[in-house]
Design a protein. Structure first.
Length: 279
């Protein structure tokens, strides 16, 4: 039995049996192989659940991963309608995959995150398909999924998915149609287009965010200017009213001054006349 066969048996076992089975496998192997067997790490609870899912429900896992292939193609083609439909299918299949596993909420969340990572990243998909996962995976949605130290043995990202038996009509109706298998070169080209499209989206998103910030700043500035304009408008209205009142007061004072001057001149004439009579 070679190392990969040993690994397949170890990671097919329940987590509680892992250490005992690893020791037994190492004891029955030659020195070099035993050393490599003892280096195998026990999987986390979520990784063990996914390994079991791959072996016990391979069709469910493949349905999830094939949605990923189709979503990457839809993103590369910028097919928004297909993306929306596949997103709904993906969520339904993720729920189907984790239903009834009897996991804690935290472990179930890690299982969903790992399958989600496998949907969007080919390396993560290969890691899940291996059935030798050591830890949960996580996708940021931008960078490639980190699968370093996540699998017991190296996996071939370009390896075709395992052959699947023909499904019954009922099973076929429950899952979306799967496109014909593509060659490794076609898959690499499609993934290259996807990465190019994702980078273009990120650049456009960054530019949009920058323009949104500029717009927010300009809207705030406009609001300040409008408030200042309203204040000045009110001041102008008050000043206009005060100016009108001042002009009216000025006219009244001029009339009163003119009348006072007339009265003064009359009084002076009366004074001079009185002085002449007295003389």
């Amino acid at each position: 039995m070679d190392l990969r066969e040993v690994a397949g048996e170890l990671y097919a076992a329940a987590p509680a049996e892992f250490v005992e089975r690893r020791s037994a496998a190492a004891a029955g192997a030659d020195r070099d192989l035993a050393k490599e067997i003892r280096a195998f790490r026990k999987p986390t609870a979520s990784a063990a659940a996914i390994n079991a899912l791959v072996r016990e429900h391979p069709d469910t896992v493949e349905d999830v991963l094939e949605i990923g292939d189709r979503m990457r193609a839809a993103f590369a083609d910028r097919d928004r309608a297909a993306i929306r439909e596949l997103t709904r299918d993906r969520q339904r299949l993720l729920q189907k995959a984790t239903r009834g596993l009897g996991l804690s909420a935290a472990v179930e969340r890690e299982v969903e995150e790992t399958l989600q990572a496998a949907v969007v990243d080919p390396a993560a998909a290969a890691a899940v398909r291996s059935g030798m996962l050591l830890r949960a995976l996580e996708s940021t949605g931008v960078d490639q999924v980190d699968v370093s130290d996540a699998v017991a043995l190296p996996v071939d990202v370009d390896a075709p998915p395992p052959e699947r038996p023909a499904r019954t009509r009922k099973a076929a109706d429950e899952t979306p149609d799967v496109p014909e298998r593509e060659s490794a070169s076609e898959r690499r080209e499609r993934q290259r287009r996807l990465r190019t499209a994702e980078k273009a989206v990120e650049r456009a998103r960054a530019e949009t965010d920058g323009l949104d910030d500029e717009l927010d700043t300009e809207v705030d500035r406009r609001s300040d200017l409008e408030a200042e304009r309203d204040t000045l408008q009110r001041r102008l209205e008050r000043t206009t009213e005060e100016l009108a009142e001042s002009r009216a007061t000025e006219r009244d004072l001029r009339k009163r001054i003119s009348a006072a001057h007339s009265a003064l001149r009359a009084a002076e004439r009366d004074l001079r006349a009185a002085q002449d009579e007295d003389a």
